[in-house]
Design a protein around this ligand. Structure first.
Ligand SMILES: *Cc1c(COP(=O)(O)O)cnc(C)c1O
Length: 224
């Protein structure tokens, strides 16, 4: 399948899910995760009209960002403290904030505020990053002194399983946590967004209120 066909099919499925959920598709930001493809193929995705692009490796992101400067760049992978300074002023969103040490380094290196998602490990899988739901409020509280960090939402990854109810429960829990953080009315953490939903589970994420979908393989498969 070509990129154009993939995009058409995906748009259709997103619209169907929005209809089921009684939501307006314009509430959703589709982030094309381009980590699988070359700079040239990434450019094609952008030229197709997908303005939000996501990468999870610092070196690859640094290669691509200058080449497609007009894109809105989402860094979606974990970031090591020592690499923070290389990239933090080149991205528009960071989706995987889960360590105070990294937050501190980001705050030191940033020369403007950065919109961040706090990653939450809702499913409890040890292989996944993110802080536990129990630690979320203390973590967000501890971010208050970092004047350049704005918590605009929460992010999670659902487990790779077939059980749709379990996947949906993970997304629902993230939404409930988001609602609680939002209700706190923190100035530094408006926390209105939900970054959840990937190729295999975006429909369920939309049904549970996702605002930012991170979609890679079904859109930009390197073979396609
Ligand atoms: C790779 C990746 C995605 C996209 O996954 P697909 O299953 O290819 O859609 C989304 N989020 C993160 C954090 C990723 O690393």
């Amino acid at each position: 399948m070509s990129l154009v066909c993939n995009y058409k099919e995906l748009t259709k499925e997103i619209n169907v899910a929005c209809e089921r959920a009684g939501r307006d598709p314009s509430e959703l930001t589709l982030i094309a995760v381009t980590k699988y493809v070359t700079i040239e193929q990434t450019r094609e995705v952008f030229d197709l009209g997908i303005k939000d692009l996501g990468e999870n490796r610092v070196n690859v992101a640094l290669d691509k960002i200058p080449f497609i400067e007009a894109a809105t760049w989402h860094f979606i992978g974990p970031l090591q403290s020592r690499k923070v300074k290389d990239i933090v002023n080149d991205i528009d969103y960071f989706h995987a904030l889960d360590r105070l040490k990294v937050a501190k380094e980001m705050n030191k290196r940033l020369n403007k505020p950065l919109d961040c998602f706090v990653q939450v490990n809702v499913s409890g899988e040890t292989s996944k990053g993110g802080i536990t739901p129990d630690a979320l409020f203390d973590f967000i509280d501890a971010l208050k002194p970092f004047e350049h960090i704005r918590v605009v939402g929460l992010m999670t990854m659902a487990p790779h399983i077939d059980d749709q109810d379990k996947i949906r429960a993970v997304f629902r829990q993230l939404r409930e946590l988001r609602d609680k953080v939002m209700a706190c009315g923190f100035n530094h953490a408006p926390c209105q967004f939900l970054s959840m939903g990937m190729s295999q589970d975006f429909t369920l994420a939309i049904l549970e209120g996702a605002t930012h979908l991170r979609i890679g393989s079904i859109l930009v498969n390197p073979e396609g």
